[in-house]
Design a protein around this ligand. Structure first.
Ligand code: ATP
Ligand code: MG
Length: 614
């Protein structure tokens, strides 16, 4: 088997790539194919009518098809010997009508099947997206972008193939086999029994290949996701790749995943390549036997020539569904593997969700309390330990501490990006877990460390803060955030494109846009995770001025890298390895000469001059 070749250089590269990118957990085959099928069918139960109509059209088509060999038998055994021209004309007319009807049913069958399968794609895509959108950040941390996109696109496509690719046709094929079997019994029962002898062998062979295929198709779908994964990572990381001249390495990584995909596909092809000719051979042997013995029956006068011709046409049609079944089995197994992967996502339960009867908070005052909050991303490794904070409405809380001390984690708990393992957080006295997520998050605006802008215009990016804002309100917010002045200089102004993630404008500009977004939202609680200040002094002064204006009258948590922010804070919390080790005001903390004092000298002292100058 191709996938089982010895470890060559390619295999080693593959191993390395897997290790490097940590491609996430693989799905194991768990559910039985029947359970999967039932669940899959339940998703299109609203389209039962269409599926039924498709089935009806198909059955009608085959019923019409079944009349053809009878017509031949009649022509050979009766019309020709009796030179019955009149009868021939009638048979001709009947055949024409039959073909016309077959055309109509053929149209109907294709239409209804396409309708149902397109609906399936539409529905599952929608349901899957709506579901994963509700999932918590942890889900996105565990699953890579490429994997998620792959399940929404490739896997759903594979499910569609199962319906389009003739599953219903194969089902009808089974019915046909039964009908043809009965007709063959009527024509010549001994020959029919001979044919039936080959059936168990055929069923065994197709069963064998089915079992092998499902497992392999799961690998195929996974490999396709891996390719997607490397692709999405490469495209978003292209700047880094180019900067480090690592295009060659990236190419190698991509090519090794791509080869993995090829190998996985070839391993299914090899099963098909063995199974299909074997089945054809068995049916060919059956046909040869029928012709040989049938001819002997003609010599014997126990069968007419017409009957043998008819029998043979039925026989061909009897074997046809078996070949179809094997082909369909292929797409069906792929679809089941895909369904397994899709259901795995659909079964994910959000870590953070609304409690039944969650309270809708209208407009908060902005009093925030943390009581004994402990949080860990991974069990046994607390990142925030027993945090207690009491914030009055409108206060500014500055969080300082070394990198990795837990500052971002601290603020991420307020909008419930994660829930703490113990302790509680309250907003205006309500445990935030008792509030509906939407009403809680409506009170907050978060300006995150890594500013992200959507691939849209400046205006739309700002309006993201409040979708019903007017253009004037958007521009007023931009002015407050000192974004207006640079936006106006752009050739298209507010209608200028930001680029994917905001790459077309500078980092300081992105920050100001996201500030404007937060201002427009007019939140009660503002969370600012300042990016390490690497913007130029002039921009810094502008952002600082904007920040001060935005913080006015709101409860603000700010992870501060700027001395001026820290100095004016009502409370400074010093975090160290997840613990609040000191708290107080700037002057108070400096005078105690503890952790803040040390941090101040390491981080802020150099800013004294520039801030004073600004
Ligand atoms: N999503 C996550 N999953 C697991 N661990 C995480 C996750 N995010 C952060 N951590 C870990 O939690 C700790 C605190 O991280 P956090 O981002 O809160 O630090 P920080 O104080 O904001 O640092 P910085 O100043 O560099 O932004 C770090 O050890 C980090 O590795
Ligand atoms: Mg941080």
């Amino acid at each position: 088997m191709i996938s089982g070749r010895p470890m060559g250089p390619g295999a080693m590269a593959r191993g390395r790539a897997d290790m490097w990118s940590g491609m996430g957990p693989k799905v194991e085959l768990q559910s039985s194919p029947w359970k999967l099928t039932v669940r899959l069918l339940s998703m299109i139960k609203d389209y039962n009518y269409h599926l039924f109509m498709a089935l009806f059209c198909l059955v009608s088509m085959s019923a019409l098809q079944m009349t053809m060999p009878w017509a031949f038998k009649h022509i050979i055994d009766t019309t020709i010997p009796e030179r019955d021209v009149n009868g021939l004309v009638w048979i001709g007319i009947a055949l024409l009508i039959i073909q016309a009807l077959r055309y109509v049913f053929g149209y109907g069958q294709r239409y209804y099947i396409s309708f149902a399968s397109q609906q399936l794609v539409y529905r599952v895509t929608r349901n899957l997206f709506e579901h994963i959108e509700r999932l918590s950040l942890r889900f996105y941390e565990r699953n890579s972008t490429g994997e998620i996109i792959s399940r929404i696109t490739n896997d759903i496509q594979a499910m569609q193939q199962a319906i389009n690719g003739g599953t219903i046709m194969a089902f009808v094929g089974l019915l046909n086999m039964f009908a043809f079997g009965v007709i063959m019994l009527a024509l010549q029962w001994k020959l029919a029994l001979l044919v039936f002898l080959t059936v168990p062998i055929l069923v065994g062979a197709s069963q064998y290949s089915a079992n092998k295929l499902r497992d392999r198709y799961l690998r195929v779908q996974e490999k396709a996701a891996d390719v997607n994964n490397v692709l999405s990572e490469n495209i978003s990381g292209m700047r880094v790749a180019k900067a480090f001249a690592q295009e060659g390495r990236q190419r190698q990584r991509f090519s090794s995943e791509n080869r993995g995909n090829l190998d996985a596909n070839m391993s299914t092809a090899s099963v098909q390549a063995v199974a299909t000719p074997a089945i054809q051979m068995i049916s060919a042997a059956g046909t040869a036997g029928v012709l040989g013995i049938g001819t002997y029956f003609i010599f014997d006068h126990s069968m007419t020539v017409g009957a043998l011709v008819a029998f043979n046409s039925y026989l061909i049609q009897f074997y046809q569904p078996v070949e179809d079944l094997i082909r369909v089995n292929n797409t069906l197994q792929q679809a089941l593997a895909a369904a397994e992967r899709i259901f795995e996502y659909l079964d994910e339960v959000p870590d953070v969700s609304d409690r039944p009867g969650a309270v809708e908070l209208a407009r908060a005052e902005g009093a925030v309390r943390m009581e004994g909050v402990t949080f860990e991303y991974e069990p046994g490794k607390p990142v925030l330990i027993d945090a207690n904070v009491d914030v009055a409405p409108g206060q500014v809380i500055a969080l300082v501490g070394h990198t990795g001390s837990g500052k971002t984690t601290f603020v991420n708990l307020l909008p419930r990006f994660y829930d703490p393992q113990s302790g509680r957080i309250t907003l205006d006295g309500h445990d935030i877990r008792d509030l509906s997520l939407s009403s809680l998050r409506a009170q907050l605006a978060v300006v995150i460390q890594e500013t992200f802008l959507f691939g849209a215009t400046m205006r739309d990016n700002i309006r993201y803060g409040r979708l019903d804002a007017t253009d004037e309100e958007v521009e007023a917010a931009a002015r407050e955030a000192h974004a207006d002045e640079f936006i106006r200089l752009l050739p298209k102004g507010y209608d200028a494109w930001c680029g994917d993630g905001g790459v077309l404008i500078s980092r300081g500009q992105r920050q100001r846009i996201s500030l404007a977004r937060a201002i427009l939202k007019n939140p009660r609680v503002l969370i600012l995770d300042e990016a390490t200040s690497d913007v130029d002094t002039e921009t810094e002064v502008l952002i600082q001025a904007a920040l001060e204006r935005v913080m006015r009258g709101r409860t603000t948590f700010v992870i501060a890298h700027r001395l001026s922010t820290v100095r004016h804070a009502d409370q400074i919390l010093v975090l160290d390895h997840g613990r609040i080790v000191e708290r107080g005001t700037h002057e108070g903390l400096l005078s105690t000469r503890g952790a803040y004092h040390a941090l101040y000298h390491a981080q802020f002292a150099g800013q004294e001059l520039s801030t004073a100058a600004g």
